[in-house]
Ligand binder design. Sequence first.
Ligand SMILES: NC(=O)c1ccc[n+]([C@@H]2O[C@H](COP(=O)([O-])OP(=O)(O)OC[C@H]3O[C@@H](n4cnc5c(N)ncnc54)[C@H](O)[C@@H]3O)[C@@H](O)[C@H]2O)c1
Length: 296
Amino acid sequence: MDDGADLVSTIHNDYQELIPDILGGTEETTTGVIRLRAMAADGALKFPVVAVNDAKTKNMFDNRYGTGQSTLDGIIRATDILLAGKVFVVAGYGWCGRGLALRARGMGADVIVTEVDSVKALEARMDGFRVMPMEAAAEEGDLFCTVTGNIHVLRKEHFERMKDGAILSNSGHFDVEIDIPALAALTEGVRKDVRPFVDEYTVAGKRIYVLAEGRLVNLAAAEGHPASVMDMSFATQALACEWMARQEPRLTPAVYDVTNELENGVASLKLASMGIQIDALTDEQQKYLADWRHGT
Ligand SMILES: NC(=O)c1ccc[n+]([C@@H]2O[C@H](COP(=O)([O-])OP(=O)(O)OC[C@H]3O[C@@H](n4cnc5c(N)ncnc54)[C@H](O)[C@@H]3O)[C@@H](O)[C@H]2O)c1
């Protein structure tokens, strides 16, 4: 079970002798799936991997509700800032960004979304958020949080435009979304450690605060996601391992999606654990849906 494809790439680079005994792997997060698909496209992937991250029972819940909540938790624990009335810039409107933007708005912040994908940007706008390029958002934001999986989403030209007191954090990938070396290079004097998880940089007389050294703020400054959302991710992981082990003949090296049956099984178990029941299609409804002669 991998997270970020770190284990898979270490095995492929440094421990290739283990590969013949490996039945397969599962991948927990967006960045890892992107890497694994790139490995598969290059013909470099030597065993099958299930993209657990891409299952609805993972990204719709863990990424959206888990990251949405725990990221705000990390920012608030680190800074004790009041979000109401602040301009909160969310970079990336994927699963994590949607959850984060919605929660920041719920706390009274004026939320700006930045995107590179037109459809996601349009969705963010129609969800009621302001959308603009980071260059413009940089001048407005009191807080910034990156959740893109990409590098240098906040960089030199943005730092130079920011207001005094801007607070930067990342809840996306590793420590690469904020270009910290570029910020350090712009900084006058030394970086100051002003309170746990908060570093102060001074750029052209303006103070810029970076949380958790640009690493995942929800893991560094808070406790990550609550167990009651990770249960769905780990159930999907465990059942994906079982599915993989049961495949005859053995799966060939590629990235596989979690089956619908497995996803529905996890969702049903979660509903049952919450004491929630739902309706089932009647025979008449099933026939109606299956018959193209019905309807207009
Ligand atoms: N902190 C955590 O605990 C946690 C949990 C789950 C996922 N993640 C990580 O969060 C990141 C995002 O995950 P996701 O599921 O939301 O992915 P996603 O693919 O659904 O969304 C990422 C979004 O970022 C956008 N994007 C890419 N480059 C951008 C740029 N330069 N500026 C603005 N937007 C840009 C993409 O268009 C996309 O809409 C990944 O790195 C993932 O591994 C972190």
